[in-house]
Design a protein around this ligand. Structure first.
Ligand code: SF4
Ligand code: SF4
Length: 190
């Protein structure tokens, strides 16, 4: 059953999500209109649409929300955020749910945190993503038996010049690292 998030009562989990999200206090104005899920390119793959997730947060269904695949399907396109009639920072809430799912141990069954960690490692080392290294490092440490299935696709991308075998480091990568470290300091993340 979907709970009306526009009602007066707020669950503990609802308040935590608001506190985790810049501008999250707007969530109290959710109309449950469904525009967010309707505009999401990955909505069909989500166990629960953002609209349903917000109702579940209000109903204090913490474990179901944090173990759902919804936030891991989010590709940060911001379609939902731009279409929301109540200016609710939906994409930022998805980020907040990812962080909380990892922190509370609900993300163990998804590959996304490991993939995200591999991606950010390359950004810190080189200042940009490195597709070949991203795929090979991720699969080597997380799914070594699946590596061979990717060989045909990798060869095709290499032959078309869509992928490079060696990463290129941006100039003044130290400045980018300083920005990342400052953001971590502000965000309180290790
Ligand atoms: S579009 Fe905005 S108001 Fe409508 S359900 Fe989604 S979050 Fe709520
Ligand atoms: S930002 Fe995420 S939740 Fe919103 S429409 Fe894009 S993929 Fe869907």
């Amino acid at each position: 059953m979907v709970t009306d998030t526009h009602s007066g009562h707020r669950s503990d989990f609802f308040r935590e999500v608001i506190a985790d999200t810049p501008g999250g206090e707007q969530l109290v104005h959710c109309l449950q209109c469904g525009s967010c899920g309707g505009s999401c390119p990955n909505g069909a793959d989500m166990q629960y649409t953002p609209r349903a997730i917000f109702a579940m947060i209000n109903a204090n269904r913490r474990a179901e929300v944090l173990s759902a695949n919804t936030m891991w399907c989010c590709v940060s396109c911001y379609f939902c955020t731009t279409r929301c009639p109540q200016q609710i920072p939906i994409t930022e809430i998805m980020y907040a749910l990812k962080r909380r799912a990892i922190a509370e141990g609900y993300a163990k069954d998804t590959d996304a945190p490991a993939l995200a960690k591999t991606f950010t490692g390359f950004v810190e080392d080189y200042g940009r993503s490195f597709e070949f290294g991203l795929a090979s490092r991720y699969y080597f440490f997380n799914k070594p038996l699946s590596m061979f299935k990717l060989v045909p696709m990798g060869l095709s991308m290499l032959s078309r010049g869509r992928m490079h075998l060696r990463p290129n480091r941006i100039r003044q990568v130290d400045q980018l690292r300083a920005i990342i470290n400052k953001a971590r300091e502000i965000g309180g993340t290790p």
